[in-house]
Ligand binder design. Structure first.
Ligand code: 5AD
Ligand code: FES
Length: 360
């Protein structure tokens, strides 16, 4: 039974055809594939899942990506920018609750005041957590100099999704102007690696016009640039964005969900020692979305610790889960969810990407 899948799982080198096959699996053969990956990866990586407290501290953005709810042209988005004191409180919360690390994320800004503010904030977070809280940042495209300054101030991991590794598709979902440049995004990932960050990227799955072959290329792209961490989730259309006009061309939400899980499992097969996040967008489609991701290859989860009053405004996509819960509710809820997925929380650990240490 399922000879082709069994054969692919045992191979040493995976081709684009192999990956395309796995990503598009359906039905019983898909169930078999997912179960096998789930079993194999617990044997190599263990059952530990790492928490990253996510602080979405501002939705002001200078970018205009055609899919995103906080794009600068969306006049109906209520903009906010959380005070540094509140961000520090959230960091302290993560530290006291033994999360091990946090992720600071916002819309993209490149002005000197913002850059300096982040440098100072990183230093303060290190100060108030005895240097022990790990800090990941996700603040878009910046110069290598800025990446260096933030690294020296205490950040050690950086997330910058490529969104799609296919240049043609990239320009279908981003405006064609100097502010949205595919090559620049790749150069940023290379700068981050050069500076010394554990570097993360990722893609959206189920974009209009996207094919299984392109998704297979995305996985090979991750391997090719030797990435340490991945966060990838289903594309979810947002009514107040230009890409909404293509809603008729989209796969069903269920299909986007299933293919995302297939992508996670296929990537776990391709890159056994990287960190893979169970994206929050999965839960916007299936209430058990993140648990399923943890079962079939993901080992990182990002509880939202953004102060609750601001959560509803960080709407990259609609139907975003956990917008009413407080940080305490989220961590209790996630604890239970991790156990339901038969995994354990790795408290107080940074949960670094094992791949990073073999790469550097
Ligand atoms: N659907 C799913 N994911 C989205 N993102 C932005 N807009 C959407 C959307 N409509 C993702 C992008 C970005 C990350 C922070 O959120 O991949 O990198
Ligand atoms: Fe936020 Fe469950 S993770 S309420």
């Amino acid at each position: 039974m399922f000879g082709k899948t069994t054969h692919i799982i045992q191979k040493n080198t995976l081709t684009k055809d192999d990956l395309t096959y796995l990503i598009s699996l359906k039905g019983d053969e898909r169930d078999y594939f997912l179960k096998k990956i789930g079993e194999n990866y617990v044997q190599t990586l263990g059952k530990k899942v790492f928490f990253r407290g996510l602080v979405e501290f501002s939705n002001y953005c200078t970018k205009d990506c055609l899919y995103c709810g906080i794009r600068k042209s969306n006049q109906s988005s209520d903009r906010y920018d959380i005070d540094d004191d509140e961000i520090l409180k959230a960091a302290k919360f993560a530290y006291t609750n033994n999360y091990g690390s946090i992720v600071l994320q916002s819309g993209e800004r490149n002005d000197p005041i913002f850059i300096k503010r982040i440098t100072n904030l990183l230093k303060k977070i290190k100060d108030i957590t005895d240097g022990k809280l790990g800090i990941t940042i996700s603040l878009g495209e910046q110069t290598e100099e800025t990446y260096q300054a933030w690294f020296e101030a205490g950040a050690h991991r950086y997330l910058l999704r490529i969104e799609t590794s296919n240049e043609e598709l990239y320009y279908k979902i981003h405006p064609k102007d100097t502010n949205h440049n595919f090559q620049n995004r790749i150069n940023c990932l290379k700068s981050l690696q050069k500076v010394g960050y554990q570097t993360g990227t990722g893609v959206m799955i189920g974009l209009p016009f996207q094919t299984y072959e392109e998704l297979a290329d995305d996985l090979l792209f991750f391997q090719d640039i030797d990435i340490d961490m991945i966060g990838m989730g289903p594309f979810i259309e947002h009514t107040e964005t230009p890409l909404y006009q293509h809603k008729d061309k989209l796969w069903s939400l269920q299909r986007r969900f299933d293919v995302t899980i297939n992508m996670i499992a296929s990537l776990r097969l391709l890159m056994p020692d990287i960190n893979i996040a169970a994206a929050t967008a999965l839960q916007a489609i299936d209430p058990m979305g993140r648990e399923k991701a943890l079962k079939y290859g993901a080992n990182v989860i990002m509880p939202n610790i953004t102060p609750t009053i601001h959560r509803k405004d960080y709407t990259l996509y609609e139907n975003k889960p956990c917008t009413d819960e407080g940080a305490e509710d989220c961590s209790n809820c996630l604890n239970i969810r991790v156990e339901m997925a038969d995994r354990e929380v790795g408290y107080s650990e940074w949960g670094d990407s094992k791949h990073f240490f073999s790469r550097t």
